[in-house]
Design a protein around this ligand. Sequence first.
Ligand code: ANZ
Length: 830
Amino acid sequence: DGVFDPHAIQAKWQQRWAQQDPFRAGGADDDRPRKYILAMFPYPSGDLHMGHAENYLYSDVVARYWRHRGYNVLNPIGWDSFGLPAENAAILRGADPREWTYANIAQQKESFHQYGVSFDWSRELHTSDPEYYRWNQWLFQRLFERGLAYRKSSPVNWCPNDQTVLANEQVVDGHCERCGAEVVKKKLTQWYFRITDYADRLLDDLDALEGHWPSKVVQMQRNWIGRSVGADIDFEIEGRADKVTVFSTRPDTLYGATFFVVAPDSDLAAELVGDAPAHVRLQFQEYLGRVQKQTDIERQSTERPKTGVFLGRYAINPVNGQRLPIWAADYVLADYGHGAVMAVPAHDQRDLDFARAFDLPVKVVVDTTTGAEGEASLAELDPTVTGQALVGEGRMVNSGALDGRGKKDAIAGMIAELEQRGSGRAATTFRLRDWLISRQRFWGTPIPMIHTDDGRIVPVPADQLPVLLPQAKDLDLKPKGQSPLGAATEWVTTTDPATGAPARRDPDTMDTFVDSSWYFLRFMSPASDAHAFPSDEAARWAPVDFYIGGVEHAILHLLYARFITKVLHDMGLVDFDEPFSSLINQGMVILDGAKMSKSKGNLVVFQDELDAHGADALRTALAFAGPVEDDKDWADVSATGATKFLARALRVAQDVATPAGADAATGDAGLRRIAHRVLADVPALVEHTKFNVVVARLMELVNATRKAIDSGVGPADPAVREAAEVTALVLDMVAPHTAEEMWSILGHEPFVGLAVWPAADEALLVEETVTAIVQIDGKVRATLEVPTAIDADELEALARDDERVQRSLAGRDIRRAVVRAPKVVSFSTK
Ligand code: ANZ
């Protein structure tokens, strides 16, 4: 004894946990309060990496914490195991995606065990198991019944590398989110989920998440949904029976419309050019070809010279009967608003640039000299001359009855006039598009629909679900732009449920974000073949109390999960309509300031670190490395330092010379005070995810106990035992194996992981404090009430964490810190 052998301790306790399953969540009859702790489930594309080490450590700290606080905790794990990387890796190796995926899962699972994560393994799930994906099919059909799953032909984002369509959310700056290839537009008929029906709710309900989700994520979702308020205006088109509608945020400027623009890749453009002379059609086709190679970002760039083709047709301004020439131009997008705009060059910069490029008239209808743009005369501001559109506010001119009105008033007046004429109405448009969910790839959930010979598209009957994926070995998985399932003749051939006539299955698979949009509910009963999840269990556990994952999911996964949750709510299956009550984005683990990657050769391999230092040292070092949200540079992380600390903690337990149950009240008051402070302070620290401070407090406690043992207090003082017990209890959250070992050395039955947090003795918490001042660049920015005995590191940490300090820093870096404990902290930023 006396030697710290982390691997032996680890193996011993992991075996005990595996045998006795202490972290299984309590059932329906367990009347403790509940906490649902969840880390975004891993994608089994390889071994676990340092990002996983961090993510699952944090959720495990929180799960262990709530168990200590007397809660019934659900901390489940599963695998997001469908998707392109598995399929691509399998193609590359000539392997079966299924085999490749499940081999990775086995490896990741083993790493999780070695890492000592307190999962409820009885609820493990894999989205690629038929037991799981049959419920994706169930979900799809429920959405279909409600009109929320539908097919449409539309220009879609196409990844030429992965040979599949992508949802808008999967296109990052014009590139494929997965492989980085430049995304092009292609016109296809695909399945969509009508997330836009939920746009208002998805936006409005963000307000309640403010303060519980990172504000950056909330803002990103707001921008992504992008609500614009204005009007829909109907224009007659000469030689066309039906009117064409445009969306405008500035209906007040309708008298200033001088031309009309349609998206070149819209159906309308194709139709309008149909009757044009051959040379115009040719010109248009050539233009369309160029446009289709561009990303939406390029199309909307204000830097590029404007391009377009006059279609030889005219629209009629509904308020003044003016003929507006119709152009096709790339700056108008097919899938925003109605894919067409009324162009008001005097007051819209894009329209003005276009008008100047093609010599189209410009008509001012807002006199901005009366508004914020100040003194200049309207003549001096002539947009044709200056090239600057008049976008400011002012009084209406040249606008009939609206003349003299201000913007808000004029908008309302114009909408009223349009409504009266039956040529327009108030309208709201969203940037959010419907969620395109078909994928032309193999390794996903088959879409449970049948295409009949006579052109109907009907659900696969419930008694024929699930539609199982065929064996990969019989298929050619190479991306060809069409689902490999379509070529699986036997699989794809089925019968029309109504007539028995031959029919074809839908050959596409679902976007894997469908799988992850509701997985947190499947943990309620992952094996159930009666339902996707039992509503009563969902009501008990969900929504998730603590959700943690990378910020890369700020929009994609989190938006889809919010949407599906609201749909399930409307179906009466869950009683809440937001899935995640609180959200944390952990920082990245980097090396020497750079993101780790195999290609850069700066990869720290999780399993290697685990082998070298053991789980507890790795966990402790990571927890200590800095605030949860910050990036952590592995170069600054010391697993050997953590090992020393853990050895010290264990030695304290070994040195305790009083029997279990000794009356602590008679022990050394100084040491007791420190131990009880830890008991009192750590809950708030954990609940505010300040895990690094928790480790710092533990180090202090262990040091103080060591000092007491080695000094006059001695190992037989009951305060030493008490301090060792508190250490084991708190340490369990970060270093559970060492903590269990200490607990057992101290004569307690396992498991410390289930031991209840004792209340701190208030009498011991009263302590002498002083007021410390925090200066930034010589100015006092905050004062802190701190214990007289505080050390420099702790004082500095408190000062750095202080909100007033953070606010004063306003993002500037601290270059130097001078700390004189307990009274002064002085930061300089220059
Ligand atoms: C006339 C007008 C006059 C406009 C004016 C603006 C200023 P946001 O705010 O982003 O929603 N628009 C509508 N559909 C479009 C499309 N498919 N592609 C490109 N532009 C489109 O933008 C709404 C404005 O963008 C609309 O209001 C329309 O131009 C244009 F002084 O109508 B506006």
